[in-house]
Design a protein around this ligand. Structure first.
Ligand SMILES: [Zn+2]
Length: 316
C-alpha cells in the first residue's frame, strides 16, 4: 500500500505593535514546500497593556484559532510566533523589542504561551519569518540561496539557504539593515552610526522628501518632484549597499524585498536595482535578480507557521 502521509496543521502568529496576524497552515508530512495557507485573521495587539497583557492576548488569539478548527480537520499540532525583535533562542526570553511599549527585556515569551496552550511553540524574528515564507512559498520558492529585506518602519532581513533560515551563532544572522553604509552617518536604534536602517527607513525617507507617507513620496517622485526623487535616490543607494554586500558574501539566487517601501513599486525598486548593479561588480548583471514579495501582509504569519512545522519535523 502506498505511503500516504497524514497532513498536519500548524498556527502561525505574527506579533506587531498594532495588530496580531494569524494564519493556519496545512502541511503534508514533512514537506513544508507543500504547505497550504488556510484561514487568517487580523486582530488588535493592545500593546499598551504591556508584556503580560500581550502574552495573554497571544494565548487568547491562538485558543480561538485552535477552537475554530473543524472537527474533521487535523488538529493544530504546533504554534509559530513571529516577534518584532530579538530573543534568546535557547530560553525563549525577549531581549530587544523596540517597537512594543513596556519593559520586554527578560520577559519569557515561549514558556508561558506553550504552557497555556499545551503545544510546542517556536519563536522567530518577524523578518526572518518573512524570509522563510517568501523563500518557501513566495517570490523565491525553489531558489537555494535567498536574501530578503523588509523595508518599512525599520529594515529587517533574513537569509535562507537550502530551505532553512540561517540564524548564525547568536540568532542575529540576516540583520541586513544594520550593515554600516556611512561610517559617520546618523545614529541607529541599535547604537551604531550610519546603519542602512538609519539612512533608509520609511520615516527618514519621508522626512527627507518632506512628505507624510511613503505613498506620498512615490506620488511626488512620479510627478517629477526633485526633492522626492533625491530622497529616493539616497535611500536606494543605502539599501543598494546592503544588497550588493549580500551579493558578494552570499551570492543569492534571488533577493526579495517586502514592506511598505518595496510595495511602492518600480519608482523605488528600479533605483535600488541600479545601485546594486553599480556596486556588486563581481556579480554578472544578469544574475542580479531583485523582486518584490508575493505573499502580502500575511507573510510573517505564514513564515512563523513554517518555522513551527519545521520544528515538528526536527522533533521526530
Ligand atoms: Zn543599526
Amino acid at each position: 500500500m502506498p505511503h500516504s502521509p497524514a497532513p498536519r496543521r500548524v498556527l502561525g502568529l505574527d506579533l506587531g505593535g498594532t495588530n496580531i496576524k494569524t494564519t493556519v497552515l496545512e502541511v503534508a508530512d514533512s514537506d513544508v514546500t507543500s504547505a497550504r495557507h488556510l484561514d487568517g485573521t487580523t486582530v488588535a495587539t493592545y500593546a499598551t497593556r504591556g508584556p503580560g497583557g500581550v502574552i495573554d492576548r497571544l494565548v487568547e488569539v491562538a485558543q480561538e484559532a485552535i477552537a475554530a478548527t473543524p472537527a474533521a480537520a487535523p488538529p493544530i499540532a504546533a504554534v509559530g510566533l513571529g516577534i518584532p525583535g530579538l530573543f534568546d533562542h535557547g530560553s525563549g526570553v525577549a531581549q530587544l523589542l523596540p517597537n512594543l511599549p513596556g519593559d520586554w527585556d527578560g520577559q519569557p515569551i515561549r514558556g508561558p504561551i506553550a504552557a497555556a496552550l499545551g503545544l510546542p511553540v517556536t519563536l522567530i524574528n518577524d523578518a526572518r519569518a518573512f524570509a522563510l515564507a517568501e523563500g518557501t512559498l513566495g517570490a523565491a520558492r525553489g531558489c537555494p540561496t535567498v536574501v530578503c529585506l523588509t523595508l518599512g518602519t525599520g529594515i529587517g532581513g533574513g537569509v535562507l539557504i537550502d530551505g532553512e533560515v540561517r540564524l548564525g551563532a547568536f540568532g542575529t544572522a540576516g540583520e541586513l539593515g544594520h550593515q554600516t553604509a556611512d561610517p559617520d552617518g546618523a545614529r541607529c536604534g541599535c547604537g551604531n552610526r550610519g546603519c542602512v536602517e538609519a539612512l533608509a527607513q520609511a520615516s527618514v525617507l519621508c522626512a527627507q522628501a518632506g512628505r507624510g507617507s511613503v505613498e506620498e513620496v512615490v506620488a511626488a517622485a512620479d510627478a517629477g518632484d526633485e526633492r522626492a526623487l533625491a530622497a529616493i535616490a539616497r535611500a536606494a543607494d543605502a539599501i543598494g549597499i546592503a544588497i550588493a554586500n549580500a551579493y558578494h558574501v552570499l551570492g543569492p539566487d534571488r533577493v526579495v524585498l517586502g514592506g511598505g517601501i518595496a510595495t511602492a513599486g518600480d519608482t523605488i525598486l528600479e533605483p535600488i536595482r541600479e545601485a546594486v548593479r553599480r556596486r556588486a561588480t563581481l556579480v554578472p548583471r544578469r544574475g542580479i535578480d531583485i523582486v518584490p514579495a508575493e505573499l502580502g501582509a500575511r507573510a510573517g504569519a505564514i513564515g512563523a507557521g513554517i518555522a513551527a512545522a519545521q520544528a515538528l519535523v526536527r522533533a521526530r
